[in-house]
Write a protein that binds this ligand. Structure first.
Ligand code: UFG
Length: 339
């Protein structure tokens, strides 16, 4: 069965492609390489023994997208393609709306025209904003998103709700908490372009000596050690959830489905806990300094992921330390590659 994976060479996309191939899906990737690299395709082939079909173009190019749908009997889509830098989205909001939402609508139009169902959307826990209560379950009310990036996720969800209702389609919205880690082969991982915004890539580059010191954004939060708390979910576990969600959609007897799942571990970890776990797991030092809070950051977010366990038979299996070990192996691989 052919599945379109947009953004399939990106961080979460590439790990999901590997799991899809392992589960005998035929994968068709469309990725414009704006935040990914072509060698990832070779590495997917090295891991799985299969080279996915790959089209390098921007999904806003409708005519090229139509050609892909004409060439393949696509039965579903996992939509990863999107810009994701929170800070950048505040400076260039229109680019975010255009890139994240126009491309989504273009794919959905092809689904509508050809009467295809089974659509999985990469959403984010950012849609909840700072929730009033922890843990966050799927019924936690959504608050106005802090960033334009976050708004594209909320709007993307709304677009898909309308798509599912109006055209009787099967749709799943997956709300990721904080994805971390790399593939156990060290052939896939996150490729932050420039200075990383996210915690784990920054910690990793600091340990590798690429960055001098990690800045911890705030130690005066009302948490146990004063640093902010997140739910760090291992990327391979996350990838497996996509396969489980896709299978559920494909096997569903309903014509119209709108499922929403939180994907997290259910456990919150503070910034300092992540730093300590990284040091312990990899036996390296991570120099850091405490700085003022980062604008737009929330205090705490962790998931109640019981619904995914009950309905998808999925749960997070990998510990924070195990995940952080894979990140370090990936960093070493990247270093060897550039030497
Ligand atoms: N942090 C630091 N120093 C850094 C980087 C991060 O102290 O150099 C802290 C942040 O202040 C925050 C925590 O580490 O408290 C996690 O920060 P990330 O940037 O890794 O992750 P966020 O939770 O801020 O953002 C992530 C994704 C977004 C998504 C959001 C949903 O990057 O795409 O989760 O809450 F929108």
């Amino acid at each position: 069965m052919s599945i379109l994976v947009t953004g399939g060479l990106g961080y979460i996309g590439s790990h999901t492609v590997v799991e899809l191939i392992k589960n005998n899906f035929e994968v068709i990737i469309v990725d414009d390489l704006s935040n990914s690299e072509k060698f990832i395709l070779n590495n997917i082939e090295e891991i799985t023994g299969k080279r996915p079909i790959f089209y390098p173009f921007d999904l806003r190019r409708k005519e090229l997208l139509t050609q892909v749908f004409e060439a393949h009997d696509i039965k579903g889509c996992i939509n990863f393609a999107a810009s994701k830098a929170v800070g950048e989205s505040m400076v260039e909001p229109l680019d975010y709306y255009e890139n994240n939402l126009f491309s989504l609508v273009n794919v959905l139009q092809e689904f509508r025209k050809r009467n295809i169902s089974n659509f999985i959307f990469s959403s984010s826990c950012t849609v909840y904003g700072q929730a009033d209560e922890m843990p966050i379950d799927e019924n936690t009310p959504l608050k106005e998103a802090e960033s334009s990036y976050g708004k594209t996720k909320q709007m993307g969800e709304d677009i898909l709700k309308d798509f599912s209702r109006a055209y009787q389609k099967r749709v799943t919205l997956l709300r990721y908490f904080n994805p971390i880690g790399a593939h156990p082969t060290a052939l896939l991982g996150e490729l932050p372009s420039g200075i990383p915004n996210n915690l784990v890539p920054y910690v990793t580059q600091t340990a590798a000596g690429i960055r001098e010191k990690l800045s911890i954004w705030g130690d005066d939060y009302p948490t146990e050690d004063g640093t902010a708390v997140r739910d760090y979910i291992y990327v391979v576990d996350l990838a497996k959830a996509h396969v489980a969600a896709l299978k559920k959609l494909i096997n569903s007897e309903e014509e119209t489905v709108l499922d929403v799942y939180n994907l997290g571990t259910g456990k919150g970890s503070s910034v300092l806990e992540v730093v300590k776990a990284f040091e312990l797991a990899n036996d390296v030092a991570v120099p850091y300094q405490i700085c003022p809070r980062r604008e737009g950051d929330i205090t705490v977010a962790y998931a109640n992921a019981d619904k995914a366990e009950k309905e998808l038979g999925w749960k997070s299996e990998t510990t924070l330390e195990e995940a952080l070990k894979t990140t370090w192996e990936w960093q070493k691989y990247l270093k060897e590659r550039t030497n």
